[in-house]
Design a protein around this ligand. Structure first.
Ligand code: ADP
Ligand code: GLC
Length: 489
């Protein structure tokens, strides 16, 4: 049997370019699928900020991309995902991608990513490598399945089934109607069950209607997005396609995220011997200007500063928490300008008790995971969330709001019992968050054996990709059958 061919089309991939967890997923899942025997490849734009990790080779032939009034040309670079024989292609086109941001503020994201989507398909044709499945990630590549169903219909490439993964339904990619002709799509596609939404183009919606199968990143989120409360205006589409939508929980790259081997930590440790964790805590306190106190519970945050993540709730809760409890905070994040400003200035008000680093720093994120006692994630909505899984693996019980993937990955602590991996609260309010921080704080001080039980159970969890990769392999098979009427043999 020929290996099933799968192409990941993505705006981000770790370790080359990352904004959030989408990059982690796309950097890790293909390796597991390759280990299962699939022929997997990845294609991503080449941004100004992309890190050229490993060996890179420029492909000799330029790539013609059929968008806009006249053909545009791109250059293609080829490398592999580190530690695996998974080819990764990067599309170079300076006009759209030489800038450093992945998601640009310049108002041309739809054109940039429509260009990229069409380029990814042109690449398959140029390589004469026709995928059985094209796996698309989030709104940027929503037109990939549309091209296959329209302008490429009848070509060998159009036999490819499409799987579309929703990483975050909140970002849908609204664009002006000019993008229809730019994409060279027929105007007949500008209708409510294809591209159109409120008189504009919605790239995510197009992807949801045109893909063979849909997935999202946790079972609970798959339920939430079918409801008016959690559907971000697209719940009707997801109910319409409910039979083709599955929630498959993200895994983590358990080789990269391992406290026993992580080179970013000043000392390594494991569930059997947590001594190194105290060294990490001391290093984190030093790094962020916190009082060097091994006894005080240290609450850590690593997050994008976005309303989705609920950090405004933390900002509101902090004064009452710091006034009433003997605790410390270590924060790493960036995003929303007002939150950045707040978290930059708040340490001066509570010297030695709260330390922040505004920015994106992979090395420090690992030190926060390893050096904190409790990991705080008060998300309003969370499709999956990876950081709470990293925290558990690093012996740092997460404190989370019960939403989306946080429900599927964190089990609430029961006092006096021997179950649970973290602290869970329900209401998206500063009060509920402050109370739960108080509960975690009391557990840390007064019930150290139970706190240690939370750590041990979290560290024992298997969050690796193995199970979910199997699930994807099976789903790809269903997608091929649905698209072609034939099983892959
Ligand atoms: P999301 O994708 O919504 O941001 P996830 O929890 O799925 O949330 O993934 C976030 C990823 O980005 C994690 O790998 C996390 O470590 C990383 N990350 C977030 N903020 C920062 C930061 N300021 N510095 C370094 N890494 C960060
Ligand atoms: C999105 C979501 C996050 C998820 C990640 C990877 O960024 O916000 O919850 O873990 O995608 O799928």
């Amino acid at each position: 049997m020929r290996s099933l061919r799968v192409l990941f089309v993505t705006p981000e991939v770790e370790p080359f370019v990352k904004v959030g967890g989408l990059a982690d997923m796309v950097g890790a899942l293909p390796k597991e699928l390759a280990a299962l025997g699939l022929d997997v490849r990845v294609v991503c734009p080449l941004y100004g900020a992309t890190k050229r990790v490993g060996e890179w080779r420029e492909r000799a032939e330029p790539l013609g991309v059929d968008v806009g009034p006249e053909a545009r040309w791109a250059k293609v670079w080829e490398t592999t995902l580190p530690g695996a024989a998974v080819p990764a292609y990067f599309i170079e086109h300076d006009w759209f991608f030489a800038r450093s941001e992945v998601y640009s503020e310049q108002g041309d994201n739809a054109h940039r990513f429509v260009f990229f989507s069409r380029a990814a398909l042109a690449l398959c044709q140029q390589l004469e490598w026709i995928p059985d499945v094209i796996h698309c990630h989030d709104w940027t590549v929503g037109l990939v399945p549309v091209f296959l169903n329209t302008t490429l219909r009848g070509t060998p490439l159009a036999r490819a089934a499409t799987v579309f993964t929703i990483h975050n339904l909140e970002h849908q990619g609204y664009a002006d109607t000019g993008v229809v002709s730019y994409a060279r799509l027929p105007w007949s596609e500008f209708r409510a069950d294809s591209l159109e939404s409120y008189g504009r183009v919605n790239l995510m919606k197009a992807g949801l209607y045109h893909s063979t199968k849909l997935t999202t990143v946790s079972p609970t989120y798959a339920q939430e997005i079918r409801t008016a409360a959690g559907g971000f205006g697209l719940d009707h589409v997801l109910r319409f396609r409910a039979g083709d939508l599955v929630g498959i929980l993200n895994g983590i790259d358990a080789v990269s995220w391992n406290p026993a081997t992580d080179k970013s930590l000043p000392a390594n440790y494991s569930a059997a011997d947590l001594a190194g964790k105290a060294v990490c805590k001391a290093a984190l306190q030093k790094e962020l200007g916190l009082a060097p106190d091994p006894r005080v519970p240290l609450f850590g945050v690593v997050s994008r500063f976005a309303s989705q993540k609920g950090l405004d709730l933390l900002a509101e809760a902090l004064p009452r928490v710091l006034e009433r409890m003997d605790v410390q905070f270590a924060l790493l994040g960036s995003g929303d300008a007002r939150l950045e400003e707040f978290f930059r200035h708040v340490p001066a008000l509570y010297p030695g008790r709260i330390g922040t680093h505004v920015g994106f720093n992979g090395h420090l994120s690992r030190l926060v995971q390893g050096g904190s006692d409790v990991f705080v994630m008060p998300s309003r909505s969370e499709p999956c969330g990876l950081t709470q899984m990293y925290a558990m693996r690093y012996g740092t019980p997460p404190l989370v709001r019960a939403t989306g993937g946080l429900v599927d990955t964190v089990e609430n602590y029961v006092e006096g019992g021997d179950a649970g991996t973290g602290f869970v609260f329900n209401d998206a309010t500063a009060g509920a968050l402050a109370d739960t921080i108080g509960w975690a704080c009391a557990t840390y001080y007064d019930r150290p054996a139970e706190f240690a039980g939370l750590q041990q159970r979290g560290m024992a969890k298997d969050f690796s990709w193995r199970g979910s990769a199997q699930h994807f392999a099976e789903l790809y098979g269903w997608a091929v059958e649905a698209r072609t009427g034939q099983r892959h043999v």
